[in-house]
Design a protein around this ligand. Structure first.
Ligand SMILES: NC(=O)c1ccc[n+]([C@@H]2O[C@H](COP(=O)([O-])OP(=O)(O)OC[C@H]3O[C@@H](n4cnc5c(N)ncnc54)[C@H](O)[C@@H]3O)[C@@H](O)[C@H]2O)c1
Length: 289
């Protein structure tokens, strides 16, 4: 039995162009307005990093955008890599959704506010926001420079604060914000303290945003994934083979689709009483030690 999203095709299956056309026509028949679905959303880091593999897995940001589009969202896909955001937008359009590409490097504080403005203009409003971007620099405490620390925090933490600050006043009442954190925020596992700390700091941002958003019934939550089989994850494993050497719950990593289901649920009205909550999505790994 499938309780959630019973009408959806399995997330792992991207729509073929023929099915996509049919889906778009059905959406039109159902009266969906152009460029405005049940959810309007925006993703920072909506691309997936390029991979040397012939058939790489999908990344978290891309999977969230595709699944949100399948749920009726219009999506503005923001990324510093225009081509990567473009691929995501094409996949969202194949779901019958309206998708825009926004090029922004969120390491630049001014780009954070500009991106919010552009998204509001492109979508005609905003009622969902997913902050997915994140990366790691440095190895260990003594192997991390101040520059690496600052660069990591600029993208993984400061950008989330700045985008949230720009978005809170313009988000429609009953909007939802989702931050993509990491189980690295819960224990020292990656060997990259700048990454672990920047992800831990997201909980503080999320809580405060949830508190300030309450007046407008705006919710803010975190998805806290363990290991996920994405191009980013595979890059990390190439650099640190010990990453996946331990026993994994269910004998595997999560997929980006599993992260996406959690994010889209938190965005939706189905999660209307879930707020300031870190949803740990690690197959139970942190519980088992
Ligand atoms: N893969 C895992 O094991 C795992 C586990 C836990 C959490 N996460 C988190 O999931 C998130 C992303 O996963 P993904 O697979 O989508 O990663 P990804 O690297 O494939 O995609 C991230 C996107 O962010 C974009 N980006 C990077 N820096 C940017 C910047 N300064 N401004 C704008 N865009 C920028 C990249 O171009 C890329 O398209 C990260 O926050 C990561 O920490 C991943």
């Amino acid at each position: 039995m499938r309780l959630l999203h019973p009408h959806l095709v399995p997330a792992e299956r991207l729509r073929s162009p023929a099915t996509a056309g049919r889906h778009a026509r059905l959406a039109q028949l159902a009266g969906r307005r152009a460029c405005r679905g049940q959810l309007a959303g925006r993703l920072v880091g909506a691309g997936t990093r390029p991979s040397p593999e012939p058939d790489p897995p999908i990344g978290n940001g891309r999977a969230i955008a595709v699944l949100a589009a399948r749920e009726g969202a219009s999506v503005a896909c923001a990324d510093r890599d225009e081509a990567a955001a473009g691929v995501t937008a094409d996949l969202a359009r194949a779901e019958g959704a309206c998708a825009e590409v926004i090029v922004a490097d969120v390491a630049d504080p001014q780009a954070c506010a500009a991106m919010v403005e552009e998204s509001v203009e492109a979508l005609g409003g905003l009622d969902g926001l997913v902050l997915n971007v994140g990366f790691a620099l440095g190895r260990g405490i003594t192997g991390t420079t101040a520059e690496q620390w600052d660069a990591t925090f600029a993208v993984n933490t400061r950008a989330h604060f700045l985008v949230s600050a720009a978005a809170l006043p313009v988000l429609a009442p009953r909007s939802a914000i989702v931050y993509i954190s990491s189980a690295a925020s819960l224990r020292a596992a990656t060997g990259a303290p700048s990454y672990d700390s920047s992800k831990a700091a997201l909980l503080g941002i999320c809580r405060q945003v949830a508190r300030e958003g309450m007046a407008n019934h705006i919710r803010a939550n975190l998805v806290v994934p363990g290991l996920v089989d994405t191009p980013l994850g595979r890059d990390a494993s190439r650099r640190n083979p010990a990453r996946t050497a331990r026993r994994l719950p269910f004998g595997r990593q999560a997929t980006a689709w599993e992260v996406a289901y959690a994010a889209v649920w938190l965005l939706s009205a189905e999660a209307s009483y879930v707020n300031a909550h870190p949803l740990v999505l690690d197959g139970g790994a942190t519980a088992f030690g």
